[in-house]
Ligand binder design. Sequence first.
Ligand code: MG
Length: 380
Amino acid sequence: MENIAILGSTGSIGTNTLAIVRTHPGRFRVRALAANQNVEKLAEQAKEFRPAIVCLYDSSLLPELEKKMGRLGIRVVTGEDGLLEICRLPEVKKVIFAMVGAVGLKPIFEAIRAGKNVAIANKEPLVMAGSLLMREASRRGVSVLPIDSEHSGLWQCLEGHAAKSVKKLILTSSGGPFRTKKGSFAKITPRLALKHPKWKMGAKITIDSATLMNKGLEVIEAANLFEMPADQIEVLIHPEAIIHALVEFVDGSHLAHLGITDMRLPIQYALSYPERLVNHLPTLDLPMLSRFSFAQPDKKRFPCLELGYEASRIGGSMPAALNAANESAVKAFLNEEAAFTDIPKTIEKVMKKHRVIRDPGFQEILETDIWARREAENIL
Ligand code: MG
């Protein structure tokens, strides 16, 4: 039995993680759950999984949670302090981070410092502070296990290979909902952008997939996780979305990771690693697949991708600035306060204004985050 904690348990990754736990009742025990505002679902999950502690981030909803949860003898905590307390729980071995955006950053560091292995689904912390985070993890002797499907694929292809034998990492992208769209992107509405052709995900990442910023962030994430320069990381459009990642080796061989488009697959591997567990997910029906196609992404129509490369090449605090500007711009777009095409424009302006801090510490990354959000809001 492995004791785990799930931060962001009511979102898409969180509920899928609990689905995997449910499939392997003798294998994982949920000791802590944390959610932002979804009282209903958190109470339901608490009743089913009986953790020792739950955190509801939004303290104004605590009375409602206590009413819904009833007397289960579960300790209830709130806010950032609550998240940090969960990350330090002595009996927990692995913490799964499934929150949205930058809010996961502090808790991840707290968990690493407390000696926990961390499985990370939300890419923003790895984008903002990836190298700092990897350094801290190696100093504490803990593992950082990627849940992002492409990075899980890369990780699996890279296993057992020396860094010097790797020539290139390749991330694939389905291309998002506007891959073949003709004409201007200026009139794209949130409703249209929220329809992803292949993956069912939360709103923020679905918009990132539509702008291809998701791939831009993933380039930075891969560069940090696998210590590769951005220019050795390639993005290819692969509309079938069956191959999630490839590694090209110096001898010309490629290894690829194939799988169904279901996040439960990478979630389960991060949970069970280094073991592989039997599950009841649909399997890949190879004879049904008539073809695999690959194409170069259109960087002119999707400028966010190149911004991701640029931020990774510049390094230092720049990825944190890009990430914060993107979060603000996406929020404004979802609230119909900004156009789809304002997203890359805003990020580019914030990046131009940013004075890069080399080798930023934790505090400087947080300050960059706050600065870039404010700048983005001013521009918007
Ligand atoms: Mg991904």
